[in-house]
Design a binder for this molecule. Structure first.
Ligand SMILES: [Zn+2]
Length: 434
């Protein structure tokens, strides 16, 4: 089905972060066929959706554990290890498949309402998560966690993902909404042999490996003593030869950054979570200077706590500036690109994160009648981008399309009853707390 979107301003999130005035996005069969000025567009053969305000690509959340919406706020002011040991792990042990589904539906609705159309997820019961995301109409890259704990068998966890990819393919569902990945928890929760086998299994299938890297300074002392650093360990076992997304990547040396750049490893920068858990500030400016693909992540909603990626855009810019004492360290345009095109790059995807011919039509409509745009749209491009990033955020987000299908209309899901989703999640949350 063909359709045309026409808006006073279109932000394609191309590398230059262009601002297209009086812009058009043409869509056919879920994918973009044209994005540019209306004056240069082909004759409209399709129904036209005329929008006020700004049209931009759906945001890409490169690191989340969204079913943790059920645990949001529990023990939020405890130190990290007590929070995990006393609160989170006991609660997670009570989660059933249907609870994970309820939490994922809620998280997916929340992200869509903030204009986040894709998230990379690592959590238990991935089949339920896929089902939940298909129900809301969002897009996801997901994997069940592979980790070594008493009572868990990491071999079986790798095999489970292998079998699923081999049965259903790497990407499937309407508009290829689901992408499967291998979610190796971390180097400190897995023996090197498990990391090697995960890397092999993923590379053989062209699949992404998601992995937590260098989040807390003291989490990987044993690995650092033996291999020099976690990136060096991952490289030695061959895991960096395929598609890899390193979440957090805070405590990196210059050598580690050069290694990530040489191997094309993507980084999920999670400034909100890293700040709240006092983990540190990732070296965003150095990662970008080395041309490491960097996207933004919320991390799980039990540790950040909302799933509004616009806050990470602002935090990424603020922390990059504070940590370098340079107010030009990350501009509004580059901060916006981190959450869109940069996120797609970090995931190794060239079919989302920007409005370009050939990519999926994951679109977000930002209304501009509020305080943030009091000066109107007829301002210089730089000022308009500043208003979007620094003043508007997700507040005026009205409509969202994924693969050309409208999934949020005037702020509400077109597919899921939000009140029912709340009620189901409340029941699950109450049981997990008890
Ligand atoms: Zn995480």
């Amino acid at each position: 089905m063909s359709q045309r979107f026409h808006a006073p301003v279109v932000l394609p999130c191309d590398p230059a972060c262009s601002v297209i005035r009086d812009g058009v996005v043409d869509v056919d069969d879920g994918r973009i066929t044209y994005c540019g000025p209306a004056a240069d567009a082909p004759p409209p053969a399709a129904p036209v959706t005329a929008l006020s305000g700004i049209l931009l690509p759906g945001l890409v959340n490169t690191h989340a554990h969204s079913p943790m919406t059920l645990l949001r706020g529990m023990g939020g002011d405890l130190p990290l290890l007590r929070w995990l040991n006393e609160i989170i792990w006991p609660a997670e042990a009570k989660l059933r498949a249907e609870d994970v589904r309820a939490g994922m539906v809620l998280g997916s609705l929340e992200m869509l309402s903030h204009g986040v159309t894709t998230s990379a997820e690592m959590y238990f019961h991935p089949e339920e998560m896929a089902d939940a995301v298909l129900s809301t109409g969002a897009r996801v890259v997901l994997g069940g966690p592979i980790l070594d704990l008493p009572g868990l068998d990491w071999h079986a966890m790798i095999t489970a993902t292998e079998r699923w990819v081999d049965a259903d393919g790497l990407r499937f569902g309407p508009g290829e909404r689901i992408e499967l990945s291998f979610a190796a928890h971390s180097a400190y929760m897995l023996p090197p042999e498990a990391l090697r086998l995960t890397g092999e299994a993923a590379a053989a299938r062209g699949a992404l490996v998601q992995i937590h890297v260098a989040e807390a300074a003291n989490e990987d002392e044993r690995q650092r003593a033996e291999f020099g650093s976690v990136p060096k360990l991952l490289d030695q076992v061959g895991l960096l030869d395929g598609r890899v997304l390193a979440a957090h990547a805070i405590h990196l040396s210059d050598e580690d950054i050069a290694l990530f750049a040489a191997r094309g490893v993507g980084v999920a920068h999670c400034p909100g979570s890293n700040g709240k858990l006092a983990s540190g500030i990732a070296r965003l400016t150095d990662l970008r200077a080395a041309a490491v693909p960097v996207g933004l992540g919320t991390d799980g909603p039990a540790s950040n706590d909302d799933l509004d990626l616009w806050e990470e855009i602002q935090l990424a810019a603020v922390l990059a500036r504070l940590s370098t004492k340079d107010s030009t360290a990350l501009g509004a345009a580059d901060a916006l690109l981190l959450a869109t095109r940069g996120g797609a790059d970090a995931l190794g995807r060239n079919d989302i994160g920007a409005l370009e011919a050939g990519r999926w039509a994951d679109l977000v409509h930002l209304e501009t009648d509020g305080f943030a745009f009091a000066a109107g749209l007829d301002v210089p491009d730089e000022q308009l981008l500043a208003n979007v990033v620094w003043a508007a955020g997700s507040r005026r987000l009205r409509d969202v399309w994924v693969a050309g299908e409208q999934v949020v209309a005037d702020g509400e899901s077109t597919r899921v009853d939000r009140e029912k989703a709340y009620a189901t999640a409340r029941e699950s949350a109450a049981r997990v707390r008890s």
